[in-house]
Each structure stands twice: as C-alpha cells, then as structure tokens.
Design a protein around this ligand. Structure first.
Ligand code: CO
Ligand code: CO
Length: 263
C-alpha cells in the first residue's frame, strides 16, 4: 500500500535521510504477495522483506518462501514469512476467518524454508475491530511454538492496542469510530516473553495521526498552512512510538543490542 501511494524510490530516499542519526533503522516490506514484489523491494534497497504466502497451501507457501529466502540470503536481506492466517483487512490483504498456526508445522516450515522470522496467528487480527467480546490470545499455542524453537524470533501482526483515549479524542473532533477494540498492552508484554520479537502496530499510529489531524484542523479553522496541521501529526506519532518502545515492546535504549545482533 505504501509503495503504491508514495512510490518505492521516494520511500527509500526518505528513510535514507532519516537514517543519518545513530538510531538503527530497518526498511521492511510488509506483506509481500509474491516473489516479484519481494525481489523489486530487495533490488531497490530494503533491509528486510515479508513474503506472505499464508493464503497458499502449506507446500506452496514453503516453495514460495524458500525462493525468496534464497534470493535474499545472497544479498544479506532479512526474510519474515507467515504461517496461519489473520482475519481482518490491511491494505490489499484481507481474510474473513483466522487459521491459527500449528506449532509442529511451524517448526517444519522454518526448517525447510530457512526464513529468519515467522509471523504466527494466535488470535490477533488486522484493523481496529479485533474482538467482539473480551480480548483473547492463544498463549498456550504461542508458548508451544516458542518451546519448540527457543530463541527463534516470532512476529505478531495485527497487534495494535487501539487505545480508548485516542478513539475518544478523535470522535470528539468529528471522527465516528465505534466499537473499536485492540490487544491490551499487558498481553503484548506477555507475548514478548514467549519469543515475540516484532509487534506490528500500524493501526495505533494511524489512529494517533488522524486524531491529531482532526484536532489541529478543528482548532484552527482559519489556518491554511498545511504544516500547521501535519506538525502536530508528527508529534502525535512520536509520542505513541515512545510510549510503545518504553512500555510495551521493551525496545527503548537497546540500539546497541540491535546493532550487535545485526553484525
Ligand atoms: Co502491517
Ligand atoms: Co500484517
């Protein structure tokens, strides 16, 4: 979706400009649907790709993922794959029902593809409407996968928390986002103790951005300099990223670990 919206080269150049700080930054392709898009992203300079073959059968997912891993390995690029299926909608990715990841299949999948991390389905879903009743993740399943592959990095997609305060604030300024529900942050912290090394939270960033934009516009009806609106959007994104790193992901202040692990 991002590549369609902004263009691959434009995105790479923006990240290159941002990467001049001493903060390690990875540019990652999310939900690559086939070999060609992963190859284009790798050739165009990303550090990491996801090949999402989760909608294929087990053997076809392995074949497709293996092909991407072979291409990426020769170029020092990291590959995330997915086994199992998440419900919900993200850009062009959508599924009505979820299929939870089978732990024994996960081991075989990682062994046969050589993928560097694996997105698993344990009850999270894409978008802002994750649970009808109480939030529930299958920690037994996650723990089983982690026990079978200790130290192997797992990924949770669709793991935004959809903070109620953000929704209320957005709705106060004209949004109409109702019955939204995400994954409670304490569940995400628990997941980080069971091999989960990457947690995808784009819905939270989108909500923060739109809330800030609505609030800034509502408060300044005579303003027509768009920077007066997009500045507060940037501040809101910064604030929620800080909060996530410190309080949920446990990644704040660990730049050296990341550099050490990558080299
Ligand atoms: Co995503
Ligand atoms: Co996703």
């Amino acid at each position: 979706g991002a590549r369609k919206y902004a263009g691959h080269d434009y995105l790479v150049k923006m990240v290159e400009a941002a990467a001049t700080t001493d903060v390690p930054i990875a540019l990652h392709l999310d939900h690559g649907a086939d070999f060609e898009i992963c190859k284009a992203a790798i050739d165009g300079g990303v550090n990491s790709v996801m090949i999402d073959g989760s909608h294929h059968g087990f053997e076809e997912n392995i074949r497709l993922t293996r092909r991407v891993v072979d291409y990426a390995d020769e170029r020092g690029v990291f590959v995330e794959a997915e086994l199992g299926q998440l419900a919900g909608v993200e850009d062009d990715v959508s599924a009505e029902h979820s299929v939870f990841t089978d732990p024994d299949q996960a081991v075989e999948f990682v062994h046969r593809t050589g993928c560097h991390s694996l997105a698993v389905a344990i009850g999270t879903s894409h978008g802002a409407y994750k649970f009808k009743g109480a939030a529930r993740l299958d920690f037994e399943r996650l723990s089983r996968i982690h026990t079978l592959m200790p130290g192997y990095p797992l990924v949770l997609h669709g793991a935004s928390s959809v903070p109620a305060a953000l929704i209320e604030e957005a709705n106060r300024y004209g949004a109409r986002i109702e019955d939204a529900q995400g994954v409670p942050e304490e569940m995400l912290r628990e997941a980080t103790t069971m091999g989960v090394a990457k947690i995808n939270i784009d819905t939270d960033l989108r909500l923060a951005a739109v809330m800030a934009l609505r609030r800034a516009m509502a408060g300044n009806p005579a303003e027509f300099d768009p920077r007066k609106f997009f500045g507060p959007v940037r501040d809101a994104i910064r604030e929620i990223v800080q909060h996530k790193m410190k309080n949920v992901l446990g990644s704040a202040g660990r730049a050296d670990d990341v550099i050490g692990a990558a080299s």
